[in-house]
Design a protein around this ligand. Structure first.
Ligand SMILES: [Zn+2]
Ligand SMILES: [Zn+2]
Ligand SMILES: [Zn+2]
Length: 277
């Protein structure tokens, strides 16, 4: 499996749109890997996780379109992960020769609610609407999306809704995608233990950096979770561990974050980075 982190920043992006803090100023000056867009990941070039407003910019940066994408997983409805408005150009006079006749969107009930609410206010073409299929999914109830077995798991995040993380399994290996989430609930860890397959890659939320508050992990917890997954046999020494969703409030430039994780075996994501496993 191959994943591409399209956006590695926290909710407001890094540097943040309206922010003049020292971290944002340093990131603008450093450029490159220190410039972090909104959270989105592409698996094997075809399975998409989340739909932020930055999706268009991600496609420009990577020189690809999304016309072939049939399956889209949504973790939760925070605006840095889900902006259904941008689907209004998927068809009609806005998109031609799409390989995917339908786009299947999987998420909690608020994903459907927000989709319907948005397009009630701003109607879209019938053809565009009918080519998008919404699937309400629930934690610990696996489903199939194309060649993948997908298992939603309970995220420790966005407590006003049922935020989800995902296990993405291609039959050979499995990705554990923990963005956004605080340190996983005991219930989630128990489920992971019983999953029956080792995870070849773990992508972790690192929003809290050097701080602590509920609903995101900090860097210490990233290391702790890696150690725990190895110790409990859920991953072996070949597994890749990646941190992403990094913010200006709790972390410095890419170079500084890499320095923090040096020697830990944890990869610090940046926009456009590829991880194969
Ligand atoms: Zn987020
Ligand atoms: Zn800032
Ligand atoms: Zn969030």
């Amino acid at each position: 499996m191959e994943l591409k982190i399209l956006g590695s920043g926290g909710g407001e992006g890094y540097p943040a749109l309206f922010c003049e803090c020292e971290h944002c100023k340093a990131a603008r000056k450093a450029g490159g890997k220190s410039l972090r867009s909104l959270s989105q990941t592409l698996i094997d070039g075809k399975l998409l996780i989340d739909l932020p407003a930055a999706t268009h910019a991600h496609c420009l940066a990577g020189s690809f379109s999304l016309g072939h994408v049939e399956h889209l997983l949504i973790t939760h409805t925070h605006a840095d992960h889900y902006v259904p408005e941008i689907l209004d150009t998927r068809g009609g006079g806005f998109a031609h020769n799409m390989a995917a006749k339908k786009l299947n969107i999987y998420g909690n009930k608020d994903v459907t609610r927000r989709f319907n609410g948005t397009f009630e206010l701003f109607p879209i073409g019938k053809e565009i609407r009918e080519s998008i299929v919404l699937h309400e999914v629930h934690a610990f109830e696996p489903f199939t999306a194309g060649e993948y077995k997908i298992t939603p798991i309970k995220a420790c995040h966005a407590f006003e809704e049922d935020a989800l993380n995902y296990i993405i399994d291609n039959g050979k290996t499995a990705l554990l995608y923990l963005v956004d989430s605080g340190y996983p609930y005991e219930e989630t860890l128990e489920y992971l233990k019983s999953y029956g397959k080792k995870f070849g890659c773990v992508v972790m939320d690192a929003t809290r950096g050097d701080a602590y508050y509920k609903g995101h992990m900090n860097f210490e917890e990233n290391k702790k979770l890696k150690a725990y997954l190895l110790q409990e046999g859920m991953c072996d020494c070949t597994a890749k561990f990646v941190v992403t969703h990094i913010t200006h409030n709790h972390a410095g430039t890419h170079e500084e974050v890499e320095k923090y994780f040096a020697g830990s075996g944890i990869i610090v994501a940046y926009d456009g980075c590829d991880v194969k496993f």
